[in-house]
Design a protein around this ligand. Structure first.
Ligand code: UT7
Length: 371
């Protein structure tokens, strides 16, 4: 049975920075409160031309470059997101087109901030089953577009960005070793976007009532998170046949420094074993774990042969963890230039649209072409 190795990783962060002092000009808050209660100092905010799909495409391109894998070899693209480009089509379909991943199936996965862990497990399982060889898993968010910038209890927390992994099949053991996926829908109301779905379809009234923004019972989510982070990590470690001492690095969802500290206490591990970058990016939901992995790799904190745990929680309620044996890019892979693939993808996409238009003229718009 093949293993799903993580052979590439990449991130995309919008340029614009919003500091705590900037926020203090917008709502009744201050730098000291935000730092003490959350550990956040700043977050990045999507620019006019950034969308969830554009950030996802850039992160995936960087991950493919590192893995030295052409997009045409990708079999599956999963985008975990809480702020999709549209309700449908999936953000993943747009990314597939922009990458020129001609043979890939693509879909979005909705499990809020735990989405990246769930997506990583799903893609790994597809590789483990032998049905595919190569997958790209992405967490991408433009949460700044769904945050109520007048609500100080939520707007201080979130940021924008994307992170991506390339997963590849290989017989030798390694990569994603185990996974834990859990849900408790009795807490569905604790963190949600109530409007715009089938329960409260968008109307001018739902917009006036702010139902299209993130609503959260911060205290209750906090209590839940401190309970599940350590237990999910322990379960993933056990399932992988490892002990806590075998784990070199824990990469937790970056929501609140105090939640990460509680997880460290629960696991009886020093904070030095945890990757923390919530100070720079705030909570980027599905993107937070892959962004933290990219930074850990860049800072030389992750080495081939290391065991690591990635663990997250979020709306749903959902939580989960994976134990990973870190390998890095396959040695035999040859460097590739990604830009020509992406340019060709743009041209191919344009030609397909033009052809669809011509077909419409030939067959008549709205008529069944098979008739
Ligand atoms: O990916 C999952 C996403 N969600 C989370 O991870 C959220 C988890 N929860 C949290 O991180 C924390 O609950 C928060 C950071 C949201 C809030 O921290 P807290 O320590 O639980 O504060 P609190 O809600 O108990 O509020 C304490 C006080 C309140 O004032 P009173 O009622 O004691 O007078 C709030 O009104 O702090 C006030 N407050 C603020 N003050 C200044 C709430 N937000 C702010 C703010 N600035 N931004």
């Amino acid at each position: 049975m093949p293993y799903a190795h993580i052979t590439g990783w990449g991130m995309s962060i919008p340029e614009k920075v919003l500091t705590n002092d900037d926020l203090a000009q917008m709502v009744d808050t201050n730098d000291e409160w935000i730092r003490e209660r959350t550990g956040i100092r700043q977050r990045h905010i999507a620019g006019k031309n950034d969308t969830t799909a554009s950030l996802a495409t850039e992160a995936a391109t960087n991950a493919l470059r590192l893995a030295k894998l052409p997009p045409t070899e990708v079999d599956l693209i999963v985008v975990a997101t809480s702020s999709p480009e549209y309700t449908f089509p999936s953000t993943a379909s747009i990314v597939q087109d922009r990458l020129g991943a001609e043979k890939a199936g693509a879909f979005d996965l909705s499990a809020a901030c735990t989405g990246f862990i769930f997506a990583l497990n799903m893609a790994s399982q597809a590789i483990r089953s032998g049905s595919i060889q190569n997958a790209v898993v992405i967490g991408s968010e433009t949460l700044s577009r769904i945050v109520d910038w007048t609500d100080r209890s939520t707007c201080i927390l979130f940021g924008d960005g994307a992170g991506a992994f390339v997963l590849q099949a290989r017989e030798e053991p390694g990569g994603v070793l185990s996974a834990v996926m859990r849900s408790d829908g009795s807490g569905a109301d604790l963190l949600s976007i109530p409007g715009g779905g089938s329960a409260h379809p968008a109307t001018s009234q739902t917009v006036l009532d702010g139902l299209h923004f993130i609503h959260m019972s911060g205290n209750e989510v906090f209590r839940f998170a401190t309970r599940v982070m350590a237990s999910a990590s322990k379960e993933a470690i056990e399932k992988a046949g490892l002990k806590t001492d075998d784990i070199q690095l824990i990469i937790p969802h970056q929501a609140n420094l105090r939640i990460i500290q509680a997880a460290a206490r629960g696991l009886r591990l020093p904070m030095e074993r945890f990757v923390v970058n919530v100070d720079k990016y705030g909570n980027t939901s599905t993107a937070s774990i892959p962004i933290a992995v990219c930074e850990a790799a860049e800072q030389g904190l992750l080495h081939p042969g290391d065991n690591t745990v990635m663990v997250g929680f979020g709306a749903g309620l959902t939580w989960g963890a994976v134990a990973v044996h870190w390998t890095g890019p396959f040695e035999e892979a040859k460097p590739i230039r990604l830009r020509p693939y992406v340019r060709l993808a743009a041209l191919r996409s344009l030609l397909r649209r033009i052809w669809r238009f011509i077909e419409g003229l030939i067959w008549g718009r709205g008529k069944d072409s098979s008739a």
